[in-house]
Write a protein that binds this ligand. Sequence first.
Ligand code: PRP
Ligand code: ZN
Ligand code: MG
Length: 213
Amino acid sequence: MNSVIRIALQKSGRLSEDSYQLFKECGIRFDYGTGKLKSVSSNFPAEFLFLRDDDIPGYVEDGVADLGIVGENVAVETARNVRTIHKMGFSKCRLSIAIPRGETWSGIQQLQHKNIATSYPRLLGNYLAGEGVQANIHEISGSVEIAPSIGLAEAVCDIVSSGSTLLSNGLKEVEVIFRSEAILVGAQTISDEKQALIDKLLFRIKAVQAAKN
Ligand code: PRP
Ligand code: ZN
Ligand code: MG
C-alpha cells in the first residue's frame, strides 16, 4: 500500500517553469532541469516524468502517468480520454489565426479555399466548419510560423502567448479561435490510495492558489 503517484510535466516549454514552481510552492521537492527525464520526490510519494507536452494526454489515458499538467489546447487537440481535475491558472495563451503583417483582414471568409498551416488540425477544423469555411489544413508539428514566408500557406493557426514569435516572423494575429491555460488532467479510473494522494496534492495546490489571490 505504498502508492506513489506519477506526474507528467512538460520537459521544456511554456508550461515547464510554472509547473515546477507550483510544486515547489506546494513544498514538494524533486530534481528539475538536470536533464534527467524522471525524478522521485524526496518528501512526497510522487514521481515526476518530463515529457513532450503533446504526449502527456496519451500517457495519462494509458495509465503510464496518473496525472499530467498540459495546456487545455493540447488536451482538446489530442482528444484523449482523460479527466480535467483542476484549472491551474497559469500558462494562459490563445490559439489564433495569423497572416502576413502587410495583408488586410476582412474576416474568416477570406480563408475560403486557402492553405493554413497548424499543429492544431482538430481545433482549427472544428472552428472553420462552424464558420462555414472550407480550407486546406496543412498539419506541421513545429515552426508553423515559417509557413507563409516559404510559400506553404497563406495563414497559420498557432499558439500565441507574448506575441513575440509572430512578430519576429512578420505575422499579425487576426482571429482568436480558442483560449487556453494549463490544466491538471488525470486518468478516468484510479485506485483509492492514489486518489487519496491526489486529494492531498489538490489541497496544497488550492492553498497556494488562494494565497496568491
Ligand atoms: C507556442 C507556439 C510558439 C510560441 C508562441 O509553442 O508554437 O512557438 O508558443 O509564444 P509567444 O507568443 O510568446 O512567442 P508552445 O509553447 O506551445 O510549444 P510547442 O509548440 O513546442 O509544444
Ligand atoms: Zn508541444
Ligand atoms: Mg511551438
